[in-house]
Design a protein. Structure first.
Length: 130
């Protein structure tokens, strides 16, 4: 199954790495959207159909925690799964994010195989099957 995926990270380089990782992992997507912070991500979520969000924690303007909190207030967190992808991964942070509705946490650096496994688990499907 192919999805519309939103990648949220303040680093264009990291966004490019995630795009490449999705391709290497064999994760099919219809459209890939990108945002440099949570506020831009909310704009995308407000205008485009998004099936999955891959989001960093630490970003300027609006960080990943604030994005998730806003999505939760708007009811989006219930319908649009969020996977946090970050190098900031203390146990209290991960527990707080999961309690707020984040479906999974992927610690940087990551492998395509691990990303595929997490996406498959979160999306409830085998993303690399035709």
């Amino acid at each position: 199954m192919a999805w519309n995926i939103l990648i949220v990270d303040d680093s264009a380089t990291v966004r490019a790495v995630i795009v490449k990782t999705l391709k290497l992992a064999g994760i099919e997507y219809k459209e890939l959207y990108q945002a440099a912070n949570g506020r831009e991500a909310l704009d995308v979520l407000g205008r485009d159909w998004i099936d999955l969000v891959l989001c960093d924690v630490s970003m300027p303007v609006m960080d990943g925690e604030e994005l998730v909190a806003t999505m939760r207030r708007n009811g989006l967190i219930a319908t649009v799964p969020v996977i946090m992808v970050s190098s900031a991964g203390s146990r209290p942070l991960i527990e707080r994010l999961l309690a707020s509705g984040v479906r999974a946490f992927v610690k940087k650096p990551f492998t395509p195989e691990h990303v595929r496994e997490v996406v498959d688990e979160v999306m409830g499907a085998t993303s690399h099957d035709a």
